[in-house]
Design a protein around this ligand. Structure first.
Ligand SMILES: NC(=O)c1ccc[n+]([C@@H]2O[C@H](COP(=O)([O-])OP(=O)(O)OC[C@H]3O[C@@H](n4cnc5c(N)ncnc54)[C@H](OP(=O)(O)O)[C@@H]3O)[C@@H](O)[C@H]2O)c1
Length: 316
C-alpha cells in the first residue's frame, strides 16, 4: 500500500503483491449530492437537510422526468473510480410521489455492474415523515391487528404511512374526498408494496368521523392548513388509542391537539402533532443522507427508511 499526499488530497493506492494496481481511493474527495426534483424548483428544505446530513456540495436540478434524467445519471456514475463512487449520491424529491417513483425505478434500471451510486427517494418528505410517525406509533404499542385509518391519505406522506402501518400488521384504510382517488392510490400501493389497503370516500367532517369510528389508530395527512377532524369527533371515541397529525400549518389537521404534542395523553389517547414527531423526521432525513455516502449500493426507499426510523426511535 502506498499513501500519497498531494495539494490537500489524501490518496490511498493499493497494489497486489505482484505489483498490479488494486485500488485508488481519495479520502479527501468531496461528497456530492445530486438533488433531482420532479418539480420545477427543487425543494429548499431538501437542500438544507442535504448539507446538514453531510453533503459537501449539493447540485440541484428541477423539472426532471424520465426523458431528461438519464444524461445526468450517466455523468454521476461514470466519473469516479470504484472506491470513490460512494462520494456521489442521488436524492429524488418533488411533490408527486408517483413521478418520484418512476424516476427512482428508471435510474436503478440504468445502473449496471459497479456503475451505480446510492439513491434515495423522499418525494415531499413522504418516506421520512411517514417512517417517523409510524415508528413513534410502533414504539408505543404493537400495531399488528389494530385498525388504522389514514385520513386524506392519498398524498406522499399518507401513502407511505399507510404502507408502513400495513407492514406492521395493522388493518389500514385510506380516505380521500374522492372514492376513485382512494381506490387508485390503494391499488398502486398494493402493487408496489404487496400490502392490503381499503379505500374510503370521506369528503366532509361527518364522513371522516364515521371513517374513524372503529379505529384504534388515526393519522391525518391532509394538505397543509386543512382541518380534517373537529375535537368532538375524536375526544369521545373510546376506540382510539394512538393519533397523529402531519399538518404543521394552522388550522391543524386535528382540532383540539397542539403542534408540539409528543406522545401527549389527551382524552386517554396518545397524540403527536407535526412538530412532536418532526424531530425524528428531521434526524432520520439527515441520517439517510449520511448513510448514502457510506457506500455506493444504498437504495433508500420506504422499507430501508422505515427500518432506520425504528432503530433510531428505539435508541432515542
Ligand atoms: N411533520 C412533518 O415533518 C412533515 C413533513 C412533510 C410534510 N408534512 C405535512 O404532511 C401533510 C401531508 O403531506 P403530503 O405532501 O402528503 O400532502 P398533500 O399531498 O399536499 O395532501 C394530501 C391530501 O390532502 C387532501 N386534501 C387536499 N386539500 C384538501 C381539502 N381542502 N380538504 C380535504 N382534503 C384535502 C388530498 O387528498 P384527496 O384529493 O384525495 O382528497 C391530498 O392528496 C401536509 O400537511 C404537509 O405539510 C409534514
Amino acid at each position: 500500500m502506498m499513501q500519497s499526499i498531494n495539494r490537500g488530497s489524501v490518496i490511498i493506492i493499493c497494489y497486489l503483491d505482484n505489483g498490479c494496481l488494486l485500488n485508488v481511493e481519495d479520502l479527501s474527495m468531496k461528497k456530492l449530492l445530486f438533488q433531482f426534483d420532479t418539480d420545477i424548483h427543487p425543494s429548499s428544505f431538501d437542500t438544507v437537510v442535504a448539507y446538514d446530513g453531510g453533503a459537501d456540495h449539493v447540485v440541484r436540478y428541477g423539472g426532471l422526468n424520465p426523458t431528461n434524467v438519464l444524461n445526468l445519471v450517466e455523468g454521476a456514475i461514470f466519473t469516479r473510480g470504484p472506491k470513490d463512487k460512494k462520494n456521489t449520491a442521488i436524492f429524488i424529491g418533488g411533490s408527486n410521489m408517483l413521478a418520484g417513483e418512476n424516476i427512482f425505478d428508471l435510474i436503478q434500471s440504468y445502473f449496471f455492474s459497479g456503475f451505480r451510486v446510492s439513491l434515495m427517494l423522499d418525494s415531499n418528505g413522504g418516506n421520512t415523515t411517514a417512517a417517523a410517525v409510524v415508528a413513534c406509533f410502533a414504539n408505543q404499542l404493537p400495531l399488528a391487528g389494530k385498525k388504522a385509518v389514514v385520513l386524506a391519505g392519498t398524498g406522499p406522506v399518507g401513502q407511505r404511512a399507510a404502507v408502513m402501518l400495513a407492514q406492521e400488521g395493522a388493518e389500514v384504510s385510506i380516505t380521500s374526498r374522492s372514492l376513485k382517488n382512494a381506490q387508485l392510490t390503494c391499488e398502486h400501493l398494493q402493487q408496489r408494496f404487496n400490502v392490503q389497503l381499503t379505500a374510503i370516500e370521506a369528503a366532509d367532517y361527518v364522513a371522516r368521523g364515521a371513517a374513524i369510528a372503529q379505529a384504534q389508530i388515526v393519522l391525518t395527512t391532509g394538505a397543509a392548513g386543512v382541518e380534517l377532524l373537529k375535537p368532538e369527533q375524536w375526544q369521545n371515541n373510546p376506540n382510539i388509542l394512538l393519533m397523529a397529525d402531519a399538518n404543521a400549518v394552522s388550522p391543524l389537521g386535528i382540532g383540539g391537539i397542539e403542534l408540539t404534542d409528543k406522545a401527549m395523553n389527551r382524552h386517554q389517547k396518545i397524540i403527536w402533532g407535526a412538530l412532536g414527531f418532526g424531530y425524528l423526521k428531521l434526524a432520520l432525513h439527515r441520517a439517510c443522507i449520511t448513510q448514502l455516502f457510506t457506500d455506493n449500493q444504498h437504495l433508500l426507499d420506504a422499507n430501508a427508511i422505515f427500518a432506520l426510523a425504528k432503530q433510531m426511535q428505539i435508541k432515542s
